[in-house]
Design a protein around this ligand. Structure first.
Ligand code: ZN
Length: 353
């Protein structure tokens, strides 16, 4: 069974899963080490590239960050110049603040974020041609390369194009991937690199660990999908497994008839996790709660709030391997994304494009 979710407003994400021993594949087209919005670290601050999933420092569920490129994609060295490390630090810090104290469990090595690099066997054009199923193709590739742990959510920063959207997430075959298509140039919209959020008008990956931008919220959004947001029993559940009660909600992606996409009433402006705390996070109702996810620490019971009992934990929130397949697509226009879904249902993904 496949569920797709759509995100509106003006943000896209793309996640790619990584795994280990992508070895063999060496960057073939190194280019500028910079990307709009990405820090250009001095050479002496670069870190070594890692092409495998090194031994985990902590056991159990964790988010594995990857830098994935198509076979012919420009290598901006985002894994080496600390651009991705800063981006991840920024959105994970935001999650900790907005949640009231819970942190994502991250895959680290010697105390630092363990980012794996992997180059896909397919070209940028090939992957992009998969359209709505591009995330499926990326997941299949990294899974075959060994990045396929059922206890990991692969947070993939993908340096390639996508014709439809800026980001996607997918849970399929016991694996979870959340991705951001950094070079996406949707046919009907401005390039994803030009997208911003009201709280950070600078496009591109953030350069501040305390000021997340568009891509950071996109990645947080997609990872939260993989944590189980938004359950269908949520009172403000909307199509695409989002909520429709506030555009300030991390998962608040929706439109309203007669309201322009850039109207503040609907434009994605993420600043809170679960507006009014009544849908998917620490809501105290008999409905799955993301705060109980094993990917978050400390456990919800050890932090303040909520005052009411919380529903029994759902397997879908503790392990991406136990849930139905699902996909979230973030794009500037929910209407167009829905159209894309109708044209290419996920159930017919592989090999059909
Ligand atoms: Zn979404």
């Amino acid at each position: 069974m496949v569920r797709r979710s759509t995100v509106g407003a003006s943000h896209f994400l793309l996640l790619v899963l990584g795994c280990s021993a992508c070895g063999g594949k060496t960057p073939s087209s190194p280019t500028s080490p910079t990307q709009p919005g990405a820090p250009s670290a001095p050479p002496n601050q670069n870190v070594a590239r890692v092409t495998m999933d090194r031994a985990d420092e902590v056991a159990g569920p964790q988010v594995k960050v990857m830098y994935v490129l198509p076979s012919d994609g420009p290598d901006r060295q985002l894994d080496q110049n600390r651009a991705l490390a800063t981006s991840v630090e920024s959105w994970t810090r935001w999650v900790e603040r907005a949640s009231g104290g819970q942190r994502l469990r991250l895959d680290t090595y010697q105390g630092a974020l363990d980012i794996a690099f992997y180059r896909l066997p397919r070209t940028d054009a090939d992957v992009s041609s998969f359209g709505i199923a591009a995330i499926d193709e990326i997941q299949a590739s990294i899974s075959a390369a060994g990045y396929n742990s059922p206890s990991k959510i692969y947070a993939v920063y993908y340096g390639g194009n996508n014709m439809l959207h800026c980001g996607q997430s997918l849970r399929s075959g016991g694996q979870a991937i959340a991705g951001a298509f950094l070079e996406a140039r949707p046919a009907a919209f401005a390039p994803c690199l030009q997208q911003t959020v009201p709280t950070n008008r600078t496009p591109g990956l953030t350069t501040s660990p305390d000021t997340p931008g568009y891509w950071e919220f996109v990645m947080a959004h997609e990872v939260f999908h993989m944590l189980g947001a938004v359950p269908s029993c949520a009172p403000h559940f909307s199509s695409g497994t989002h909520v429709n009660d506030s555009p300030t909600d991390l998962m608040g992606v929706f439109t309203r008839p007669g309201v322009a996409p850039d109207d503040p009433a609907v434009r994605w402006n993420p600043s809170v996790i679960d507006f009014n705390r009544d849908d998917y996070y620490r809501h105290g109702r008999a409905c799955p709660d993301v705060a109980q996810s094993a990917f978050l620490t400390p456990a919800m019971a050890s932090i303040a709030e909520p005052s009411t009992a919380v529903a029994a934990i759902s397997p879908a929130l503790t392990s991406p391997a136990s849930a139905d397949e699902s996909v979230c697509v973030m794009a500037p226009s929910p209407t167009l994304v829905h159209a894309a879904i109708r044209q290419a249902p996920l159930s017919s993904k592989q090999g059909t494009h």
